[in-house]
Design a protein around this ligand. Structure first.
Ligand code: IPD
Ligand code: CA
Ligand code: CA
Ligand code: CA
Length: 274
């Protein structure tokens, strides 16, 4: 599929710019809350990606985080406006902006392409490690051209999970997420919160994490990573087990084997029915 090369080129070119600017002071602007930041590099990276996609696929539509107003309401409205388009690109120019600002090298570019609302390819690129994760619907998932698969842990006791702390707080989601971490941490091997939802999903796909969940995310945080997990043999649903689709805002992605147990633990702390 020619769109895969477009996504790879866009991710790599935006990634070079991000890498070049990683050690330089950035202008930081606050978006919806003190937890929700943006820099000029996020915007530059999105422009690079838009330019490449538009030059090769002028009829396609692009939903990019930095072209949407801040906050969950605007994000939902933008998705509704864009989702019906036959060929839709869903772009997060830097997933993990807070890490980028602090020089914590765990952030990525995430690009997905959806045809008639179904994600058919996903590319996640970590510019600091030069790791390129790619997935194509029905064809599998790769890390730098080597096929990848989810991990084999079969019990919570053997599992390394990850979660995160949502940037916004609609319906007390930060608290529910924290309650989930407290509930699961004694039962699992350990829990990480690296600060990039997309990279966590890529790590689940690559078998480096057993599973990941987080609440209050947007289409651009999840579209590429959810496909990666499924194509690597794992399971990606919302936190109550509903199928993944581009409007999902709360994710549970695992190697499949511990999915139900994590889902039950989250249900017990109230992660139900968003
Ligand atoms: C954020 C990251 C973070 C998650 C936030 C997201 P951004 O995306 O994925 O891990 O906890 O909720 O908004 O703003 O860095 O693209
Ligand atoms: Ca952001
Ligand atoms: Ca993001
Ligand atoms: Ca972002």
């Amino acid at each position: 599929m020619k769109e895969l090369q477009t996504a790879i080129d866009a991710a790599r070119q935006a990634g070079s710019k991000i890498r070049e600017k990683a050690a330089v002071a950035k202008r930081i602007d606050v978006k919806s809350s003190a937890h929700d930041l943006v820099t000029e590099v996020d915007k530059e990276a999105e422009s690079i990606i838009r330019e490449i996609i538009t030059s090769r696929h002028p009829d396609h539509m692009i939903l990019g985080e930095e072209s949407v107003d801040a906050g969950a309401v605007a994000a939902k409205e933008a998705l509704e406006k864009h989702r019906k388009h036959e060929d839709l690109w869903i772009v997060d120019p830097i997933d993990g902006t807070t890490n980028f600002i602090h020089g914590f090298p765990f952030f990525c570019v995430s690009i997905a392409y959806a045809v008639r609302q179904e994600v058919v390819l996903g590319v996640i690129y970590n510019p600091m490690t030069d790791e390129l994760f790619t997935a194509e619907k029905g064809k599998g998932a790769w890390l730098n051209d080597e096929p990848i698969q989810v991990s084999t842990e079969a019990t919570l006791a053997e599992s390394l999970l990850a979660s995160g702390f949502p940037s916004g707080d609609p319906a007390g989601m930060r608290q529910i997420n924290t309650d989930g971490i407290l509930k699961l941490s004694p039962q699992v091997r350990n829990i990480r919160a690296g600060g990039s939802a997309a990279l966590h999903l890529a790590y689940v796909a690559a078998g480096r994490l057993t599973g990941f969940w987080e609440l209050d995310l947007n289409a651009w945080d999840l579209a590429a990573g959810a496909l990666l997990v499924m194509e690597a043999g794992g399971k990606a649903t919302d936190t109550i087990g509903g199928s993944y689709e581009i409007g999902v805002r709360h994710i549970l992605a695992t190697n499949g084997q511990v999915h139900t147990e994590v889902q039950q633990a989250l249900a017990a702390v109230g992660a139900t029915g968003f």
